[in-house]
Design a protein around this ligand. Structure first.
Ligand SMILES: Cc1cc2nc3c(=O)[nH]c(=O)nc-3n(C[C@H](O)[C@H](O)[C@H](O)COP(=O)(O)O)c2cc1C
Length: 512
């Protein structure tokens, strides 16, 4: 299995016959979580690993400085809102305990101001669920942090997928999948109105001579009344540098892609091969186009796990060494949470490709059949544990700097992704290796930036270009913008037109 994780085509010559294309620099993010065992259950006790220090601010500020200095684009912090309790369940957290498999998990948003204060350019992409946070409150928390981070905040919008999260947030079971996305669309309308439409662009004067902090006609209620939300507003925070924080999104279903193609500005996807990933990339860009957006305004970033060392042999040895610390119970707890499947009733060596349960066969096959080079191998519990323990479900790239750089270039060429979300196995460890071995090779090939375009740029500027702090005009949130000189935001004028005789009333609406 070992050699098959990297494609045999990754020899650097793959495209030598084609006309040379200008090389695009990759976006590189570090993928982390505020927990001892993100995607490497059991590895917290590896001698190189310090993830048990996740509760200490210095653990995070050290990492942020390391990534900032190396010119990483962003730190992407995952988050969930309940434990992985399906395996040996229902509602059993015990298998996740020894390994710290995404349990316990601290809130990621609190980390950002401290990390921003010791860095200049790194962007912080923080996951927050819109299924379990009221829009008015979340809009306020995100604005506060966008202020403190001086615009270096991105929000990873998720609708959440764990029953344990639903049970602990007042629901007996999860809201059905597609309805979560229907709610999410209306939720975004509410937060766009708060962020973009309740303070006019020139509302905040902070004029010491006149004693006026905010112009009295510069703030309006949003008066949102929809199917799921009723929020009068106005927003409780003054506009932050980006107003709407740069929007990350991760979703793979049709409804998820529909949501991402409409609202997402950087989309995070999974995928085992660049060929399959290409379909996802194309589908996201098509949705964006159908929503009237420039598909190139959306950055698509694939999750990948890299183990790199001076030579191929050393990289593979590193993987073997990591596996010694892998925790089977923790890996199966993660698998249970991600898929909803409890594998506890099966022996270690049963091949799930042949198992009696149609449901389990199809779930395991759907994922395992895409892992390159394993088509004729049995997919047993043992193999699932081995695969998951060193970087989770994502694709694995293992080898020397040349091998890994070749493979990332192949991924980008075939799939059309803009960059990579790099998972870690140990921290410190994985990112230091990437910085020491891989980045110089990528930089030599013109594939990774050696400096930033603009010091202290906002998140949106880093991903879309200097000067682009606010939502681009083709983004659906832009229609809620309230420009200087407009008495009433355009969207409210449009909404009022739908209610006969109420245009004058819109102008008379009390400011707050
Ligand atoms: C790279 C990546 C990162 C993700 N991070 C999170 C996360 O931190 N929290 C979360 O609840 N879901 C996360 N997800 C899951 C997605 O939000 C989504 O639930 C999942 O991809 C299933 O997609 P669907 O809802 O469109 O079916 C992530 C997915 C991907 C591909």
């Amino acid at each position: 299995m070992a050699e098959t994780m990297n494609s045999p085509a990754s020899n650097g010559d793959t495209f030598s016959g084609a006309a040379p294309k200008p090389k695009k620099e990759f976006i590189l993010n570090a993928f982390v979580m505020n927990t001892p065992g993100h995607l490497a259950p059991g590895l917290w006790r590896h001698p190189r690993n310090n993830t048990d220090q996740y509760k200490k601010l210095s653990f995070w500020t050290d990492l942020a400085q390391l990534l900032d200095k190396a010119n990483f684009h962003a730190m992407f912090v995952a988050d969930t809102l309940g434990p992985y309790d399906v395996y040996k369940g229902p509602a059993n957290v015990v298998p996740a305990l020894s390994s710290g498999a995404q349990y316990p998990v601290n809130d990621p948003l609190y980390l950002v101001p401290a990390m921003a204060s010791v860095t200049k350019n790194l962007i912080f992409g923080v996951t927050a669920s819109l299924t379990y946070n009221q829009p008015y409150a979340l809009a306020r928390r995100l604005s506060t942090v966008d202020h403190l981070a001086e615009g270096r905040l991105a929000w990873n919008i998720v609708t959440s997928y764990l029953d344990s999260a639903a049970r602990n947030h007042g629901l007996h079971e999860q809201i059905p999948h597609d309805e979560r996305y229907a709610i999410a669309h209306e939720y975004m309308e509410v937060v766009y109105k708060l962020w973009e439409g309740s303070f006019r662009d020139d509302a905040v004067l902070a004029d010491r001579d006149t004693g006026v902090y905010i112009a009295e006609d510069g703030v309006r209620q949003i008066l949102h009344k929809g199917k799921y939300f009723e929020v009068p507003g106005p927003h409780f925070c003054e506009p932050s540098p980006q107003r709407t924080p740069f929007l990350f999104q991760a979703g793979v279903s049709e409804a998820g892609n529909g949501f991402g193609g409409k609202h997402g500005e950087a989309i995070f996807i999974g995928g085992q091969t660049p060929e399959v990933t290409r379909n996802t990339v194309e589908s996201i860009r098509m949705v964006a186009q159908s929503e009237g957006r420039d598909p190139e305004h959306i950055k698509v970033i694939v999750g990948i796990n890299v183990i790199v060392a001076a030579t191929n042999d050393e990289a593979w040895q590193k993987r073997e060494n990591h596996l010694k610390y892998a925790d089977q119970e923790g890996a199966l707890a993660l698998f249970g949470g991600w898929t909803g499947v409890d594998l506890s009733g099966y022996s270690d060596d049963e091949d799930f490709n042949l198992t009696d349960s149609l449901r389990i066969r199809s779930i395991v096959r759907r994922w395992s059949s895409t892992v390159p080079g394993t088509e004729n191998l049995p997919w047993t519990k043992r193999r699932i544990v081995e695969y998951l323990s060193v970087g989770g479900l994502g694709a694995k790239v293992i080898g020397s700097p040349t091998t890994v750089a070749d493979e990332l270039e192949r991924w980008a060429e075939i799939s059309g992704v803009d960059g990579f979300n790099l998972a870690h196995i140990t921290n410190p460890g994985t990112f230091e290796d990437i910085i020491e071995f891989l980045l110089p090779e990528l930089q030599r090939r013109g594939r990774f930036r050696t400096s930033v375009e603009k010091e202290g740029a906002a998140a949106r500027e880093v991903f879309l270009g200097a000067g682009q702090k606010r939502l681009p005009e083709d983004h659906p949130g832009s229609k809620y913008k309230w420009s200087a000189g407009e008495k009433v935001p355009r969207y409210q004028v449009e909404e009022q037109k739908e209610v006969p005789g109420s245009e004058a009333q819109a102008e008379r609406q009390p400011v707050v």
